[in-house]
Design a protein around this ligand. Structure first.
Ligand code: PMV
Length: 325
């Protein structure tokens, strides 16, 4: 029937999303803040086809089945409902970054899938609604739809929990130097982790402090105040990992190499390099620095035996439709 292709960047959160107030709708426990990662992307083509008996999904060239296909098909069900469509879809998606590189591929994937599916249906929805639809596939996908620095609002309703750009990419030249310490696929995915967040005694305390940290982070970005930014970003990452480690069952994403890197990053900052760390649901360390200090950071990481490789990403734009019918 109709086909479109969209490209979306992954994002790295400075104020983390961890835990849901409503798991079915992926309504988050707290608001979060991130930047998109330029140069890394998922490219997804959706073809709505009346004659297809079931959805099909090809990821990085291989036909998917089982849980991977089910997750995409469930997301397409949400989109079919909103678009009043009954056709099944053929979906092809590819990432230009390695799976398991510590970059959550689901954010870019569900942002691109949502926008391609809507465009392929010939519908035009505003960005705000697109973020709420992307959220249904993977919470953090809401933040990959708008450009640059993005805030995703926590709310009790589907419509209320949307993401918006708070500063354009050009506002501040931050760079994410991703230090890959392990390429092993994560043992436990974030969907399961979100479900366990409330079993930690620390989750309520973490959530209670988010509004203040989010405000501090926003102000630090507004003022391009790296020291204030570093303090709140590292603190928020540590808090999320404290919740993860104290959940039932506990989730330990940090490896000894991750800790060695965190220490190195703090030492570099003490020496005047504008860099700080943040970690998602994996052991790899996102070293956030100002562009002028990126080559120094990359050089320091290259000297560490724990680091397998580094990927470098400046601030990225929003999702783009790159082909349509
Ligand atoms: O969107 P999900 O379900 O993959 O959750 C992402 C969770 C973290 O990456 C750990 C934090 C975040 O805010 O991106």
């Amino acid at each position: 029937m109709q086909q479109a292709t969209a490209r979306a960047h992954p994002n790295i959160a400075f104020i983390k999303y961890w835990g849901n107030r409503n798991a079915a709708l992926r309504l988050p426990a707290n608001s979060s803040l991130s930047m998109n990662l330029d140069g890394l992307f998922a490219e997804t083509t959706v073809n709505w086809n009346d004659r297809q008996p079931a959805d099909t999904f090809v990821l990085n060239g291989s036909e998917q089945s089982g849980a991977s296909l089910t997750r995409v098909s469930t997301h397409l069900d949400h989109l079919r409902k909103r678009l009043r469509l009954s056709a099944r879809a053929h979906v092809e998606s590819a990432n230009n970054f390695p799976t398991g590189a510590g970059v959550a591929s689901s954010a870019a994937a569900f942002a691109a899938l949502t926008v391609a599916a809507v465009a392929a249906a010939g519908s035009q929805l505003d960005e705000r609604e697109l973020t709420t639809l992307a959220r249904l596939g993977s919470g953090s996908a809401a933040r990959s739809v708008p450009a640059g620095y993005v805030e995703w609002h926590a709310a009790d309703t589907h419509e209320g929990s949307y993401a918006e750009s708070i500063f354009p990419p050009s506002h501040w030249n931050l760079v994410d130097v991703i230090a890959v310490v392990s390429s092993a696929h994560k043992a436990r995915g974030s969907t399961e982790g979100h479900g366990a967040a409330d079993t930690s005694d620390l989750q309520a305390a973490r959530v209670a402090g988010v509004a203040g940290r989010l405000e501090a982070c926003k102000n630090a970005i507004r003022d391009r105040d790296f020291e204030a930014f570093a303090q709140v970003v590292e603190h928020d990452s540590n808090l999320m990992h404290a919740v993860m480690m104290t959940s039932q069952p506990p989730l330990f994403y940090w490896k000894p190499a991750s800790l060695a890197l965190m220490e190195r990053i703090r030492d570099l900052r003490a020496d005047g390099v504008r860099v700080c760390y943040t970690l998602d649901a994996g052991p790899n360390v996102h070293c956030i620095c100002v562009r002028d200090d990126a080559s120094h950071v990359i050089g320091a990481l290259a000297d560490m035996s724990e680091v397998m490789e580094t990927l470098t990403a400046p601030v990225g734009g929003g999702v783009q439709i790159i082909a349509g019918t």
